[in-house]
Each structure stands twice: as structure tokens, then as C-alpha cells.
Design a protein around this ligand. Structure first.
Ligand SMILES: Cc1ncc(COP(=O)(O)O)c(C=O)c1O
Length: 401
């Protein structure tokens, strides 16, 4: 038992009064930390939960490659060759030949001089704390991912925010900082809303006001643009983006992340980024899986095409059924359900009665409370129809449509 402290000096007081999760658990409406017990078979969008087959519509496994036998086999082979972990930082004992191979392959794919891989996407955005230093500015879209907020606010620079995808607001900030060193940071595809940053317009403004531009392509990689580089390629602005950031935890069927830029920038981050230097390097099976995924992404563009087709179909059908659905073209389809209790009930019914998993999202993680559907290239029209029929049934039950 830890000792009892007087309430007003006890730093744990906030923990004792943090009751929302237990309230939702008591109502049987707690929607988080659901346990998955494996996947049904290879190349299948079904997972096993509570011994039942559940249709997955809440995973960032956009191209379905986490269940691809070629990707799985390459990870297994890497464990045989390198073991399960590297037990050290890239700087000291943790650099493998396959880290360098993946960095070279990525540099070619995203058309930048050099790349640097990190152990997670979150840590990759942590490199922003070394990019922005004292008397320098980070200028962020209001809706950027938490890892960007964390990375920039832990820098010693000054951080400003502009209204989501609002170029007038950004220009107003940039025009006051014309003489200052600065970088604009956005998600290429916004993780909650699924909309796309106007990377071409951002690049124009950055050029006009002498700013650098950083685009987080976590949700765009493998999904948008002819090659699948993301929003920057989709807007024909790849060469105008100074730093492309990506994760391996979505289309790349693995875990890890990277930045891509000029050799000088990468060399600087490599020797100054705390999350890069002071953490163990990406394990071999994760590296091997990401390499195999990249090879498949380059060879099989039809995966991306099917993903966008299925996403379009679902978005249209849900709109036709009168759900409040965000516009867009990406595989992230937010369906607004404002009332948080109804949202939890809808999510739980969808999971327990219809055997479909989606993600419940609550403010302030997004602009609205929502069911966030994520599509995968391994979904077909039957899977889409099952999702839409089930959502319509529950939409009527809860008087949402
Ligand atoms: C836009 C964005 N950036 C970065 C990350 C962090 O990536 P990871 O989960 O691979 O650490 C995420 C994760 O969801 C994300 O959505």
C-alpha cells in the first residue's frame, strides 16, 4: 500500500477523481481496449474476437498487407537471421544492413535524397523537437496528429496553429513571420477527418514567405498519388515538400516511421533527434515486413485502386442512406453521431450484434463525435454491403437516419 497524502498536496488526486471510464464501464458502454485474438486466414478482412469472426472496418491496414503471406514470411525469415530485437540505438549497436537497405529504397520511392527510419511513427514526429529550436517557429494545422503536437511543443521553439486547411489563416500567420526561421507542419491526410491537405497551395505559401514545409503522409502513403506516395504526390507537389514523414503502421503492414529530405537535413536529424538517438532501433521483422510491403506497393497498384473504389462505394451508400458522412476520397470515412451515449451504443451493437468492428472517436480527438470507418484493399462489395446494411439497421434503431 502506498502512503496516504493530504488531498491538496497529492499529485495522484486527479487519478482518484478520473471517473469517466468507470462510469461508461458500469453502463456497459465502454468502447476501448477490445481484444483481438488473431486473424481469420491470410488475405482476409475478418478478425477473431470473443471466439467470433468479426468483419474489420477499423484498421489502418489499408492495403491489407499485414495478412499477406509474402509479408509475413519475410518477417519470419528476418527473425531467423537477426533475432527478435536489436537491443540498442541505431547510433551504437542497433544499425542493421536492412535498415540501410530500407532507407535507400524509401528515398527512391519518395524521390528525396535521403531518409531516416525510426522505431515508431510517433517518435518520427518527435524529430520535430530537434528541427525547431529556440527563436524558430513551428506552424501547425489545428487538426494535426497528436504526435506532431507532442513533437513540436516539446521543442524550444514557438508554436502557432492555423485553422484547419485554411490558407488565409495560414497566410496571416506567415506574413507576420516573414523574417523568422519557420516550418509549416500538416498531415497529408488528416487521420480523423480523412480529408487531404492542399499541399500545392501550402507549398506556394511557404515559398512566398520563406518557410519550410513538413507533410506527415502516415495515411496517404500507399493510398494516394499515382505511385502511392501520398497527398504530396496527389497534389503534384512532392518536389516542393521539404520533409516527407511516413509511418509503417498503416499501408506498410509493420511498425516504425521515417523522414525523407535532403542529405543535410537527414544527417542533422540523425545526430540531434532524441527519439532517434535514445531509443532502440526498429526490430528486424518490422523492417523486413516494411520492405516487402514497399515492394508489393510498387508492383501491385491495383490494391490502391480497389481500396479507393470500395471507399467511394461505402461513402456514397451511407450518404444515400442519410447518414451525416464527411466528404472525401480517402479510406477514412467519418460518420457523425453527436450524442456520445448513442455513439457507444451504436458501436457496441455494430460489434456485438452485427459482428463488425469500427472505431468510435470522441471530441477533442476529432471535430465531432463519430464512428470512423477505415476501408482496406481486401474488402469487396459484399463486405461493403454488409457494413452499409448493418449501419442502416442501427441508424434506424437510434433514429440517426
Ligand atoms: C497522422 C499520423 N501521424 C503519426 C502517427 C503515429 O504513427 P505510429 O502509430 O506509426 O506511431 C499516426 C498514428 O496514428 C498518425 O495518424
Amino acid at each position: 500500500m502506498s502512503q496516504k497524502l493530504e488531498k491538496k498536496v497529492d499529485i495522484f488526486q486527479k487519478c482518484y477523481s478520473f471517473k469517466k471510464p468507470s462510469e461508461f464501464k458500469e453502463m456497459g458502454l465502454y468502447p476501448y481496449f477490445k481484444e483481438f485474438m488473431g486473424v481469420e486466414t491470410e488475405n482476409s478482412p475478418y478478425v477473431i474476437m470473443d471466439g467470433k469472426k468479426v468483419l474489420m472496418f477499423g484498421s489502418n491496414n489499408y492495403l491489407g498487407l499485414t495478412v499477406d503471406p509474402r509479408v509475413k514470411e519475410s518477417a519470419i525469415e528476418a527473425i531467423r537471421k537477426y533475432g527478435t530485437g536489436n537491443s540498442g540505438s541505431r547510433m551504437l549497436n542497433g544499425t542493421l544492413d536492412i535498415h540501410i537497405a530500407l532507407e535507400n529504397e524509401l528515398a527512391e520511392f519518395v524521390e528525396k535524397e535521403a531518409t531516416l527510419i525510426f522505431s515508431t511513427g510517433f517518435m518520427t514526429n518527435g524529430s520535430l523537437s530537434s528541427i525547431i529550436i529556440r527563436k524558430e517557429y513551428g506552424i501547425l494545422d489545428k487538426n494535426v496528429h497528436a504526435s506532431i503536437v507532442n513533437g513540436t511543443y516539446s521543442s524550444f521553439g514557438e508554436i502557432k496553429r492555423f485553422r484547419h486547411n485554411n490558407m488565409e489563416d495560414l497566410e496571416a500567420i506567415l506574413s507576420k513571420l516573414e523574417e523568422e526561421p519557420k516550418i509549416v507542419v500538416v498531415d497529408g491526410v488528416f487521420s480523423m477527418e480523412g480529408d487531404i491537405a492542399p499541399v500545392d497551395k501550402l507549398a506556394e505559401l511557404c515559398k512566398k514567405y520563406n518557410s519550410r514545409l513538413y507533410v506527415d503522409e502516415a495515411h496517404g502513403l500507399g493510398v494516394l498519388g499515382e505511385k502511392g506516395v501520398g497527398a504530396s504526390e496527389y497534389h503534384n507537389a512532392l518536389d516542393k515538400v521539404d520533409i516527407i514523414m511516413g509511418t509503417f503502421s498503416k499501408s506498410f503492414a509493420s511498425t516504425g516511421g521515417f523522414i525523407a529530405s535532403t542529405r543535410d537535413v537527414v544527417e542533422y536529424v540523425k545526430h540531434n533527434s532524441m527519439p532517434f538517438i535514445y531509443s532502440a532501433s526498429m526490430p528486424a521483422p518490422s523492417v523486413a515486413a516494411a520492405r516487402k510491403a514497399l515492394e508489393i506497393i510498387k508492383k501491385e497498384p491495383e490494391r490502391k485502386d480497389n481500396l479507393l473504389k470500395i471507399s467511394d462505394l461505402i461513402r456514397k451508400e451511407l450518404k444515400r442512406a442519410n447518414f451525416e458522412v464527411y466528404d472525401g476520397i480517402t479510406p477514412i470515412i467519418p460518420v457523425v453521431i453527436e450524442d456520445e451515449v448513442i455513439l457507444c451504443k451504436f458501436f457496441i451493437d455494430l460489434l456485438e450484434k452485427e459482428n463488425i468492428y469500427t472505431n468510435p472517436i470522441f471530441m477533442p480527438a476529432a471535430e465531432n463525435n463519430m464512428i470512423r470507418i477505415s476501408c482496406m484493399a481486401i474488402h469487396n462489395e459484399d463486405h461493403a454491403a454488409k457494413l452499409v446494411d448493418s449501419m442502416v439497421k442501427l441508424g434506424k434503431k437510434y433514429k440517426l437516419i
